[in-house]
Design a protein around this ligand. Structure first.
Ligand code: HEM
Length: 355
Protein backbone atom coordinates (compact mmCIF):
# COMPACT_ATOMS: atom_id res chain seq x y z
CA UNK A 1 0.00 0.00 0.00
CA UNK A 2 2.99 2.30 0.48
CA UNK A 3 3.13 3.27 -3.19
CA UNK A 4 -0.61 4.07 -3.21
CA UNK A 5 -0.22 6.30 -0.14
CA UNK A 6 2.77 8.02 -1.72
CA UNK A 7 0.90 8.79 -4.92
CA UNK A 8 -1.88 10.39 -2.85
CA UNK A 9 0.81 12.45 -1.07
CA UNK A 10 1.88 13.67 -4.52
CA UNK A 11 -1.73 14.57 -5.41
CA UNK A 12 -1.92 16.52 -2.16
CA UNK A 13 1.24 18.48 -2.97
CA UNK A 14 -0.10 19.31 -6.45
CA UNK A 15 -3.29 20.59 -4.82
CA UNK A 16 -1.36 22.73 -2.31
CA UNK A 17 0.89 24.12 -5.04
CA UNK A 18 -2.17 25.20 -7.04
CA UNK A 19 -3.65 26.93 -3.98
CA UNK A 20 -0.55 28.38 -2.26
CA UNK A 21 -1.30 30.96 0.45
CA UNK A 22 -3.68 30.87 3.41
CA UNK A 23 -5.38 27.48 3.60
CA UNK A 24 -7.36 25.38 6.05
CA UNK A 25 -4.80 22.68 6.99
CA UNK A 26 -7.35 20.33 8.51
CA UNK A 27 -9.44 20.26 5.32
CA UNK A 28 -6.38 19.44 3.17
CA UNK A 29 -5.36 16.68 5.57
CA UNK A 30 -8.92 15.28 5.55
CA UNK A 31 -8.90 15.15 1.75
CA UNK A 32 -5.60 13.26 1.89
CA UNK A 33 -6.63 10.78 4.60
CA UNK A 34 -10.02 10.13 2.98
CA UNK A 35 -8.28 9.28 -0.31
CA UNK A 36 -5.79 7.07 1.54
CA UNK A 37 -8.35 4.98 3.39
CA UNK A 38 -10.80 4.82 0.47
CA UNK A 39 -8.06 3.69 -1.96
CA UNK A 40 -6.06 1.38 0.28
CA UNK A 41 -8.92 -0.34 2.05
CA UNK A 42 -11.67 -0.29 -0.57
CA UNK A 43 -10.05 0.42 -3.91
CA UNK A 44 -12.33 3.47 -4.32
CA UNK A 45 -11.09 6.74 -5.86
CA UNK A 46 -12.81 9.42 -3.81
CA UNK A 47 -11.77 12.47 -5.95
CA UNK A 48 -11.29 14.70 -2.93
CA UNK A 49 -8.55 16.78 -4.56
CA UNK A 50 -10.47 17.09 -7.81
CA UNK A 51 -13.68 18.40 -6.30
CA UNK A 52 -14.42 20.45 -3.19
CA UNK A 53 -17.74 18.66 -3.06
CA UNK A 54 -16.62 15.03 -3.43
CA UNK A 55 -19.21 12.65 -1.93
CA UNK A 56 -16.74 11.06 0.49
CA UNK A 57 -15.76 14.48 1.90
CA UNK A 58 -19.42 15.40 2.29
CA UNK A 59 -19.87 12.19 4.26
CA UNK A 60 -16.78 12.87 6.36
CA UNK A 61 -17.94 16.39 7.19
CA UNK A 62 -21.42 15.16 8.09
CA UNK A 63 -19.94 12.60 10.48
CA UNK A 64 -17.61 14.81 12.41
CA UNK A 65 -19.04 18.32 12.09
CA UNK A 66 -20.76 19.12 15.30
CA UNK A 67 -24.45 19.86 15.07
CA UNK A 68 -27.19 19.35 17.63
CA UNK A 69 -28.43 16.14 16.05
CA UNK A 70 -24.99 14.47 16.06
CA UNK A 71 -24.39 15.83 19.57
CA UNK A 72 -27.56 14.38 21.07
CA UNK A 73 -27.33 11.05 19.22
CA UNK A 74 -23.68 10.53 20.06
CA UNK A 75 -24.11 11.51 23.72
CA UNK A 76 -26.88 8.91 24.03
CA UNK A 77 -24.48 6.29 22.63
CA UNK A 78 -21.65 7.17 25.02
CA UNK A 79 -23.74 7.43 28.15
CA UNK A 80 -26.71 5.12 27.67
CA UNK A 81 -26.17 2.48 25.08
CA UNK A 82 -29.38 0.67 26.10
CA UNK A 83 -31.43 3.78 25.26
CA UNK A 84 -29.71 4.04 21.92
CA UNK A 85 -30.67 0.44 21.21
CA UNK A 86 -34.22 0.77 22.50
CA UNK A 87 -34.96 3.95 20.55
CA UNK A 88 -32.90 2.92 17.52
CA UNK A 89 -30.74 6.05 17.77
CA UNK A 90 -28.02 5.92 15.11
CA UNK A 91 -24.53 7.23 15.93
CA UNK A 92 -24.51 9.06 12.58
CA UNK A 93 -27.34 10.40 10.46
CA UNK A 94 -29.24 7.72 8.48
CA UNK A 95 -28.37 9.14 5.02
CA UNK A 96 -24.66 8.90 5.88
CA UNK A 97 -24.97 5.24 6.81
CA UNK A 98 -27.14 4.52 3.75
CA UNK A 99 -24.56 6.09 1.45
CA UNK A 100 -21.68 4.10 2.93
CA UNK A 101 -23.72 0.91 2.98
CA UNK A 102 -24.64 1.20 -0.70
CA UNK A 103 -21.12 2.22 -1.74
CA UNK A 104 -19.41 -0.65 0.08
CA UNK A 105 -21.94 -3.25 -1.13
CA UNK A 106 -21.47 -2.02 -4.72
CA UNK A 107 -17.70 -2.27 -4.35
CA UNK A 108 -17.94 -5.81 -3.01
CA UNK A 109 -20.34 -6.87 -5.77
CA UNK A 110 -18.17 -5.38 -8.53
CA UNK A 111 -15.08 -7.07 -7.11
CA UNK A 112 -16.86 -10.42 -6.93
CA UNK A 113 -18.06 -10.10 -10.51
CA UNK A 114 -14.65 -9.09 -11.83
CA UNK A 115 -12.82 -11.88 -9.99
CA UNK A 116 -9.83 -9.54 -9.54
CA UNK A 117 -7.73 -9.96 -6.37
CA UNK A 118 -6.10 -6.83 -4.89
CA UNK A 119 -5.17 -8.33 -1.55
CA UNK A 120 -6.93 -5.51 0.25
CA UNK A 121 -9.75 -5.19 2.76
CA UNK A 122 -12.42 -5.83 0.11
CA UNK A 123 -10.86 -9.26 -0.60
CA UNK A 124 -10.83 -10.02 3.13
CA UNK A 125 -14.49 -9.03 3.47
CA UNK A 126 -15.44 -11.22 0.50
CA UNK A 127 -13.52 -14.20 1.93
CA UNK A 128 -15.18 -13.69 5.30
CA UNK A 129 -18.64 -13.57 3.77
CA UNK A 130 -17.99 -16.72 1.77
CA UNK A 131 -16.65 -18.62 4.76
CA UNK A 132 -19.58 -20.71 5.98
CA UNK A 133 -17.74 -21.61 9.17
CA UNK A 134 -17.40 -17.95 10.11
CA UNK A 135 -20.70 -16.61 8.85
CA UNK A 136 -24.08 -18.15 8.30
CA UNK A 137 -26.30 -17.13 5.37
CA UNK A 138 -28.11 -14.93 7.84
CA UNK A 139 -28.29 -11.48 6.23
CA UNK A 140 -27.88 -9.59 9.52
CA UNK A 141 -24.50 -11.31 9.97
CA UNK A 142 -23.49 -10.27 6.47
CA UNK A 143 -24.58 -6.73 7.34
CA UNK A 144 -22.18 -6.87 10.27
CA UNK A 145 -19.34 -7.34 7.79
CA UNK A 146 -20.37 -4.09 6.11
CA UNK A 147 -20.59 -2.54 9.59
CA UNK A 148 -16.92 -3.41 10.07
CA UNK A 149 -16.05 -1.86 6.71
CA UNK A 150 -17.81 1.35 7.72
CA UNK A 151 -16.07 1.35 11.10
CA UNK A 152 -12.67 1.02 9.46
CA UNK A 153 -13.43 3.90 7.12
CA UNK A 154 -14.57 6.06 10.01
CA UNK A 155 -11.76 5.17 12.37
CA UNK A 156 -9.20 5.53 9.61
CA UNK A 157 -9.65 8.95 8.08
CA UNK A 158 -10.38 11.45 10.86
CA UNK A 159 -7.61 10.11 13.11
CA UNK A 160 -4.89 10.42 10.48
CA UNK A 161 -5.98 13.85 9.26
CA UNK A 162 -6.21 15.23 12.78
CA UNK A 163 -2.69 14.01 13.64
CA UNK A 164 -1.16 15.56 10.50
CA UNK A 165 -3.06 18.83 10.93
CA UNK A 166 -2.16 19.29 14.63
CA UNK A 167 1.51 18.53 13.80
CA UNK A 168 1.47 21.23 11.10
CA UNK A 169 -0.15 23.59 13.59
CA UNK A 170 2.63 23.07 16.17
CA UNK A 171 5.34 23.31 13.52
CA UNK A 172 4.00 26.62 12.24
CA UNK A 173 4.28 28.12 15.72
CA UNK A 174 7.68 26.48 16.28
CA UNK A 175 9.61 27.27 13.07
CA UNK A 176 12.87 25.97 14.63
CA UNK A 177 11.31 22.52 15.01
CA UNK A 178 9.90 22.74 11.50
CA UNK A 179 13.38 23.49 10.11
CA UNK A 180 14.90 20.62 12.09
CA UNK A 181 12.30 18.18 10.84
CA UNK A 182 12.56 19.37 7.22
CA UNK A 183 16.34 18.94 7.42
CA UNK A 184 15.92 15.37 8.56
CA UNK A 185 13.40 14.65 5.81
CA UNK A 186 15.43 16.21 3.00
CA UNK A 187 18.68 14.56 4.10
CA UNK A 188 16.92 11.20 4.27
CA UNK A 189 15.37 11.60 0.81
CA UNK A 190 18.78 12.61 -0.65
CA UNK A 191 20.38 9.52 0.92
CA UNK A 192 17.74 7.41 -0.81
CA UNK A 193 18.50 8.81 -4.29
CA UNK A 194 15.73 11.38 -4.15
CA UNK A 195 13.03 8.85 -3.32
CA UNK A 196 10.72 8.67 -0.30
CA UNK A 197 11.02 5.08 0.87
CA UNK A 198 9.28 3.05 3.57
CA UNK A 199 12.61 2.21 5.20
CA UNK A 200 13.71 5.84 4.97
CA UNK A 201 10.62 6.95 6.86
CA UNK A 202 11.30 4.35 9.58
CA UNK A 203 14.71 5.98 10.04
CA UNK A 204 13.32 9.49 10.56
CA UNK A 205 13.64 9.69 14.34
CA UNK A 206 12.71 13.33 14.78
CA UNK A 207 9.59 12.78 12.66
CA UNK A 208 8.62 9.92 14.96
CA UNK A 209 9.22 12.12 18.03
CA UNK A 210 7.06 14.94 16.61
CA UNK A 211 4.18 12.59 15.74
CA UNK A 212 4.33 11.00 19.20
CA UNK A 213 4.28 14.42 20.87
CA UNK A 214 1.32 15.47 18.68
CA UNK A 215 -0.57 12.34 19.74
CA UNK A 216 0.18 13.18 23.38
CA UNK A 217 -1.01 16.79 23.15
CA UNK A 218 -3.84 16.07 20.73
CA UNK A 219 -5.11 12.50 21.22
CA UNK A 220 -7.81 12.15 18.58
CA UNK A 221 -10.14 10.46 21.04
CA UNK A 222 -9.84 12.42 24.29
CA UNK A 223 -11.22 9.46 26.22
CA UNK A 224 -11.45 5.70 25.82
CA UNK A 225 -14.72 3.97 26.56
CA UNK A 226 -15.44 0.57 28.00
CA UNK A 227 -18.38 -1.20 29.53
CA UNK A 228 -17.92 -3.06 32.81
CA UNK A 229 -18.75 -6.76 32.30
CA UNK A 230 -18.80 -7.82 35.96
CA UNK A 231 -19.16 -6.02 39.28
CA UNK A 232 -15.74 -4.77 40.34
CA UNK A 233 -14.70 -3.22 43.63
CA UNK A 234 -11.82 -0.78 43.23
CA UNK A 235 -9.13 -2.18 45.57
CA UNK A 236 -8.75 -0.22 48.84
CA UNK A 237 -12.08 1.63 48.41
CA UNK A 238 -15.80 0.97 48.81
CA UNK A 239 -16.44 2.00 45.23
CA UNK A 240 -18.02 -0.69 43.11
CA UNK A 241 -18.23 -0.35 39.34
CA UNK A 242 -21.39 -2.22 38.51
CA UNK A 243 -21.81 -4.60 35.62
CA UNK A 244 -23.06 -2.73 32.54
CA UNK A 245 -21.76 0.64 33.68
CA UNK A 246 -20.03 2.74 31.00
CA UNK A 247 -16.46 3.54 32.03
CA UNK A 248 -14.74 6.52 30.43
CA UNK A 249 -10.94 6.64 30.69
CA UNK A 250 -9.70 10.23 30.34
CA UNK A 251 -6.85 9.93 27.88
CA UNK A 252 -6.53 13.71 27.61
CA UNK A 253 -6.17 13.93 31.41
CA UNK A 254 -3.44 11.27 31.44
CA UNK A 255 -1.54 12.94 28.60
CA UNK A 256 -1.60 16.30 30.41
CA UNK A 257 -0.68 14.92 33.85
CA UNK A 258 2.42 16.82 35.06
CA UNK A 259 3.58 13.77 36.98
CA UNK A 260 4.33 12.06 33.68
CA UNK A 261 4.72 14.99 31.31
CA UNK A 262 6.19 18.11 33.00
CA UNK A 263 4.93 21.39 31.47
CA UNK A 264 2.21 19.48 29.61
CA UNK A 265 1.07 22.48 27.55
CA UNK A 266 4.51 22.77 25.98
CA UNK A 267 4.98 21.01 22.61
CA UNK A 268 8.24 19.20 23.17
CA UNK A 269 9.12 16.25 20.90
CA UNK A 270 12.27 15.67 23.01
CA UNK A 271 10.05 13.93 25.58
CA UNK A 272 10.11 10.99 23.19
CA UNK A 273 13.85 11.02 22.45
CA UNK A 274 14.28 7.94 24.62
CA UNK A 275 11.73 5.40 23.39
CA UNK A 276 12.05 3.37 26.57
CA UNK A 277 11.16 6.19 28.93
CA UNK A 278 7.41 6.14 28.26
CA UNK A 279 4.91 4.07 30.26
CA UNK A 280 7.60 2.79 32.62
CA UNK A 281 5.61 3.36 35.82
CA UNK A 282 2.12 2.61 34.54
CA UNK A 283 0.09 3.16 31.45
CA UNK A 284 -0.32 6.87 30.92
CA UNK A 285 0.50 7.36 27.22
CA UNK A 286 -2.22 5.58 25.25
CA UNK A 287 -2.94 7.42 21.96
CA UNK A 288 -4.02 4.15 20.32
CA UNK A 289 -5.82 2.76 23.38
CA UNK A 290 -4.81 -0.46 25.07
CA UNK A 291 -5.98 -4.00 25.70
CA UNK A 292 -8.22 -6.19 23.54
CA UNK A 293 -9.87 -3.17 21.87
CA UNK A 294 -6.63 -1.37 21.01
CA UNK A 295 -6.59 0.39 17.63
CA UNK A 296 -6.15 -2.15 14.84
CA UNK A 297 -4.88 0.50 12.43
CA UNK A 298 -1.94 1.83 14.45
CA UNK A 299 0.82 1.01 11.96
CA UNK A 300 -1.31 2.02 8.98
CA UNK A 301 -2.32 5.27 10.70
CA UNK A 302 1.28 6.10 11.57
CA UNK A 303 2.63 5.45 8.11
CA UNK A 304 -0.23 7.45 6.52
CA UNK A 305 0.49 10.34 8.90
CA UNK A 306 4.23 10.26 8.26
CA UNK A 307 3.96 9.99 4.46
CA UNK A 308 1.61 13.00 4.51
CA UNK A 309 3.98 15.08 6.64
CA UNK A 310 7.05 14.08 4.63
CA UNK A 311 5.37 15.15 1.40
CA UNK A 312 4.18 18.49 2.73
CA UNK A 313 7.36 19.47 4.58
CA UNK A 314 9.73 18.46 1.79
CA UNK A 315 8.08 20.96 -0.56
CA UNK A 316 6.36 23.60 1.57
CA UNK A 317 6.88 25.86 4.55
CA UNK A 318 3.91 26.17 6.88
CA UNK A 319 3.50 29.59 8.50
CA UNK A 320 1.36 31.08 11.19
CA UNK A 321 -1.11 33.74 9.97
CA UNK A 322 -3.37 36.21 11.78
CA UNK A 323 -6.31 33.77 12.08
CA UNK A 324 -4.12 30.87 13.35
CA UNK A 325 -5.51 30.32 16.86
CA UNK A 326 -2.77 30.57 19.53
CA UNK A 327 -3.41 29.04 22.00
CA UNK A 328 -5.73 26.59 20.38
CA UNK A 329 -9.24 26.24 21.76
CA UNK A 330 -10.91 22.85 21.53
CA UNK A 331 -14.49 22.45 20.33
CA UNK A 332 -16.20 21.48 23.57
CA UNK A 333 -19.20 19.71 22.11
CA UNK A 334 -17.33 17.37 19.80
CA UNK A 335 -16.52 13.78 20.87
CA UNK A 336 -13.20 13.92 19.04
CA UNK A 337 -10.52 16.50 19.72
CA UNK A 338 -11.00 19.34 17.25
CA UNK A 339 -9.97 22.97 17.06
CA UNK A 340 -12.94 25.28 17.50
CA UNK A 341 -11.98 27.37 14.47
CA UNK A 342 -10.09 24.84 12.36
CA UNK A 343 -6.38 25.16 11.61
CA UNK A 344 -5.87 28.11 9.26
CA UNK A 345 -2.21 28.41 8.21
CA UNK A 346 -0.22 29.68 5.24
CA UNK A 347 1.58 27.36 2.81
CA UNK A 348 4.64 28.73 1.01
CA UNK A 349 6.88 26.95 -1.44
CA UNK A 350 10.07 25.72 0.24
CA UNK A 351 13.14 27.11 -1.52
CA UNK A 352 16.40 25.52 -0.34
CA UNK A 353 19.08 28.12 0.43
CA UNK A 354 21.44 26.77 -2.24
CA UNK A 355 18.81 26.91 -5.01
C1 HEM B 1 -3.04 8.29 13.93
C2 HEM B 1 -4.02 7.49 13.64
C3 HEM B 1 -4.93 6.77 14.61
C4 HEM B 1 -5.17 7.00 15.95
C5 HEM B 1 -4.56 8.05 16.85
C6 HEM B 1 -6.14 5.99 16.37
C7 HEM B 1 -6.64 5.90 17.66
C8 HEM B 1 -7.55 4.94 18.06
C9 HEM B 1 -8.05 4.79 19.41
C10 HEM B 1 -7.68 5.67 20.58
C11 HEM B 1 -8.92 3.76 19.42
C12 HEM B 1 -9.69 3.22 20.63
C13 HEM B 1 -8.85 2.11 21.28
C14 HEM B 1 -9.33 1.64 22.64
O1 HEM B 1 -10.52 1.84 22.96
O2 HEM B 1 -8.52 1.07 23.40
C15 HEM B 1 -8.98 3.22 18.07
C16 HEM B 1 -9.75 2.16 17.69
C17 HEM B 1 -9.85 1.70 16.40
N1 HEM B 1 -9.09 2.11 15.32
FE1 HEM B 1 -7.71 3.57 15.34
N2 HEM B 1 -6.47 5.21 15.30
C18 HEM B 1 -5.76 5.65 14.21
C19 HEM B 1 -5.79 5.13 12.92
C20 HEM B 1 -6.61 4.10 12.52
C21 HEM B 1 -6.68 3.59 11.17
C22 HEM B 1 -5.88 4.15 9.99
C23 HEM B 1 -7.61 2.58 11.17
C24 HEM B 1 -8.09 1.69 10.06
C25 HEM B 1 -7.44 1.42 9.00
C26 HEM B 1 -8.10 2.45 12.53
C27 HEM B 1 -9.03 1.53 12.93
C28 HEM B 1 -9.51 1.41 14.22
C29 HEM B 1 -10.57 0.48 14.60
C30 HEM B 1 -11.31 -0.48 13.68
C31 HEM B 1 -10.77 0.65 15.97
C32 HEM B 1 -11.76 -0.08 16.86
C33 HEM B 1 -11.10 -1.30 17.46
C34 HEM B 1 -12.06 -2.09 18.36
O3 HEM B 1 -13.00 -1.51 18.89
O4 HEM B 1 -11.82 -3.28 18.56
N3 HEM B 1 -7.47 3.38 13.32
N4 HEM B 1 -8.12 3.96 17.26
Amino acid sequence: MFSIIKSIGEDMNRYIRKNLGPLEAKEICSKYSTEVIASCAFGIKSNCFESEDADFRKIGRAMFDFNWRNGVNQAVHWFSHSWAKAFKVGFFEPWVMDYLNTTFWDTIKKREESNVKRNDLVDILINTMNNKELLSENSSERDKVIGHAIQIFLAGFETTSSTIAFTLYELCIHPDMQDKLRNEIITNIKENNGIITYEGIQNMNYLDMCVKETLRKYPVLPFLDRRCNKDYQIPGTNVVIERGMPVLIPMLGLHYDEKYFPEPDKYDPERFADKNSINVNGLYYVPFGEGPRICIGERFGLIGTKVGLVHILSEFVVERTAPTPVPIEFAQKSFILQSKVGIPVKFKEYLPEDS
